[in-house]
Ligand binder design. Structure first.
Ligand SMILES: O=C(O)c1ccccc1N[C@@H]1O[C@H](COP(=O)(O)O)[C@@H](O)[C@H]1O
Length: 210
């Protein structure tokens, strides 16, 4: 069975919709250039609504300890998702915060998958995400997908999840092609950047569970 993370939630109604329709994980973004960046006070308010069977994932881009400390506390985070964070730094974060680490690996070519092995013994899960263009403001959350066939026959060094450009219309195909046990979506369930859409969240989770 495939489970799903709905990422970049910032309002109570959309968070509640994700939970009601069966998300296994909800994501809170702590990255100021993102339209989904979550103030700490809002993170605390949303975190309190999340039942124990759903895990709260904090999304970061090469974060420093001060940001992590505030976010972990405010968001009652269960998991730290790290983008653009080298394995040595991810390891230091794991030791300091004692939380599971998801390491994002940005993929455009088959060679990009090699980075996953550098997180062995450090990360609990690899999140394969589409590589965004050089100079892009965000390393994720841009609705870009990579060629899923690149994962065919790849010996995954760790448990993994699929993200990048997923939406209600393509997620079933993505699961069929890749065999992903966990999928992650942000912009594919939005009506505009940073604006989550309850109907699209429901449709995405129904497609995952179909
Ligand atoms: O969503 C963001 O704004 C974001 C910012 C910084 C790093 C990652 C971000 N989102 C992650 O990007 C992927 C894919 O997003 P999308 O579905 O293609 O829009 C997902 O893992 C989000 O967690």
């Amino acid at each position: 069975m495939t489970t799903a993370k709905i990422c970049g939630l910032s309002t109570a109604p959309t968070l509640d919709a994700a939970i009601r329709h069966g998300a296994s994980h909800v994501g809170f973004v702590f990255f100021t250039p993102s339209p989904r960046d979550l103030p700490f006070a809002k993170a605390a308010e949303l975190a309190a609504r999340v039942p124990t069977h759903v895990q709260r994932v904090g999304v970061f881009v090469n974060p420093d300890d001060a940001l992590l400390e505030q976010a972990v506390l405010a968001g009652s985070l269960d998991i730290l998702q790290l983008h653009k964070t080298a394995s040595e730094r991810a390891d230091a974060i794991r030791w300091r915060f004692g939380l599971p680490i998801w390491a994002a690996v940005a993929v455009r070519t088959r060679a990009d998958l090699d980075a996953a092995a550098t997180y062995r013994g450090v990360a609990d899960r690899i999140l394969y995400d589409a590589k965004t263009p050089d100079g892009a403001a965000l390393p994720g959350g841009m609705g870009l997908r990579f060629d899923w066939d690149l994962l065919a026959g790849f010996r995954h060094p760790l448990p993994w999840a699929l993200s990048g450009g997923l939406d209600p219309a393509n997620v079933a195909d993505a699961i069929r092609v890749t065999g992903a046990e966990l999928v992650d979506v942000s912009s594919g369930v939005e009506s505009a950047p940073g604006i989550k859409d309850e109907t699209r969240i429901a449709a995405f989770l129904q497609a995952v569970n179909a």
